[in-house]
Each structure stands twice: as C-alpha cells, then as structure tokens.
Design a protein around this ligand. Structure first.
Ligand code: ADP
Ligand code: ADP
Ligand code: ZN
Length: 216
C-alpha cells in the first residue's frame, strides 16, 4: 500500500499517520520529521531547512525531492509506505509520479483530510509534539496520559517553534497557494479520496480504514 496524506497544517495527518502505519504495517515517512531531525543535529540540510521552516515557508523543491527519493530507495519501502507532508507542490508530485512510473509502481490513494481554516489555529497552538518519536498531542483534544510526557516513548513533549499563530497563518497561505493545487492533480488521476477531518480522532481513523479496506 502506497499512500499520500494531504491536508492543511493541523488537519491531523501526523496523528492519523501513526495509526494507519501501525495497522497496515508500513513506514511513516514525514518530511517534516526528517527535516526536524536534521535541524536538531545541525547537519547542512538542517541548517538550510531551518531558514525556511522557522518562517513558515517551504523548503526548496530540489533539496526536498532529493531527500525524499533517497528515503524511498530504502529496503523498508519495498512493500509500501505512507507519505506525510510530501508532496507539497506540483513539482514534488510530478517527481514522485515519475519515480513510481520508472519502477512500474502506482499510488494506492492520495487521502485528503479536510479541515476548514477556522479549526486550524486552535489545533496548532495547542499542539505538543514528541521530539524523539514524532507523536503529536493536543493540550485539550488529545492530552498525553502523564502530563508533558510522550505516551509512546516517555520523552518530554514540547511546542514546535513554528506553531505560533503568526507562523501558522503564513503556513496556511502557503498551503492554499502551493499545496491545494495537488487536490486537482490527484483528482485528475482518479487517485483522490477524502475524509472529514473535523470529527474526533477515532472517528476520522474509522473513515480512513473504510477507504483503505483490508488490503495490505
Ligand atoms: P505540518 O504539521 O504543518 O503539516 P510538517 O511537520 O509536515 O508540518 O512540516 C513542517 C515544515 O517543514 C513545513 O512548514 C515546511 O517548511 C517543511 N516541509 C515539510 N515537508 C515539506 C515539503 N514536502 N516541501 C517543502 N517543505 C516541507
Ligand atoms: P498535521 O500533521 O496535519 O499538521 P497533527 O496530526 O499534528 O496535524 O494534528 C494537529 C493538532 O491537532 C495536534 O495537536 C493534534 O493532537 C490535534 N488533532 C489531530 N486530529 C484531531 C481531531 N480529529 N480533532 C481534534 N484535534 C485533533
Ligand atoms: Zn515519543
């Protein structure tokens, strides 16, 4: 199963990705998580990415595409994967398409989690993340069992630097101008499926499982 998750920042992509990948036993590939790891380690890629991420802009296509395609060549991707946060531009989507075609493969689906703009600020400003495993929490909608500790790995959870209201507004504008065109891109290829992301986390996951079915 090869899945692309689409949706605005705060749609719940990371949250649903964890459950989907558990259930279907595929790797969760989050370009945001990969960039954050590089940033934490101050690698050249991390230093470059930080300049864009901190102000809510996209990391340039070339660096992002090279990094992602390299990741997809990994052994663990041969039976499928879930892409969370990639593609974010038409150029990225075309690069992925070419990569798949050159390997005689195709996407199972591009799953769009729909959440209107007015929900996003509250979701994003209340978001807390685990820097070790990438798990996502919310102070009100999905608090961890022990305050400020990750349920999965026990690390201290924290707020992302780019989750301030001002940066989130910028990211929403970037989403609307650069990423929203991918909805048509995948619809035209008959690959798009949609779920209502305003429902509770479990209810969204149930809708996703209905779409994905039992297929592995
Ligand atoms: P969100 O939770 O908003 O969906 P992510 O964790 O996926 O955020 O991404 C955080 C930031 O990393 C983005 O705002 C962007 O700067 C950068 N980034 C992640 N994926 C991509 C990508 N595919 N192309 C360009 N930039 C990306
Ligand atoms: P994305 O990866 O799309 O940016 P996340 O999965 O990190 O989004 O979710 C953004 C924030 O909203 C997190 O704080 C998360 O706990 C919360 N959240 C996710 N899904 C829901 C939902 N269905 N209802 C309420 N809050 C949610
Ligand atoms: Zn964790």
């Amino acid at each position: 199963m090869k899945i692309v998750l689409l949706g605005p920042p705060g749609a719940g992509k990371g949250t649903q990705a964890k459950s989907i990948c558990n259930r279907y036993n595929i790797p969760h590939i989050s370009t945001g998580d990969i960039f954050r790891k590089h940033m934490a380690e101050n690698t050249p890629l991390g230093i470059e990415a930080r300049k864009h991420i901190d102000i809510g802009h996209l990391v340039p296509d070339k660096v992002t595409i090279d990094m992602l395609l390299e990741r997809l060549k990994n052994e663990d991707c041969k039976d499928g994967y879930l892409l969370d946060g990639f593609p974010r531009t038409v150029l990225q989507a075309e690069a992925l398409q070419q990569f798949l075609e050159s390997n005689n493969e195709r996407l199972t689906t591009a799953l769009l989690i729909e959440v209107p703009r007015e929900f996003i600020i509250e979701r994003m400003t209340g978001r807390r993340v685990c820097p070790s495993c990438g798990a996502s929490y919310h102070t009100k909608f999905n608090p961890p069992q022990i305050q400020d500790k990750c349920d999965i790995c026990g690390s201290d959870i924290m707020q992302r630097k780019d989750d301030t209201e001002e940066t989130v507004r910028e990211r929403l504008d970037v989403y609307e101008s650069q990423t929203q065109p991918l909805i048509d891109f995948y619809e035209n290829k008959n690959l798009l499926s949609k779920v209502d992301g305003t429902k509770a986390i479990n209810a969204v996951f149930e809708s996703i499982c209905e779409i994905l079915g039992d297929e592995k």
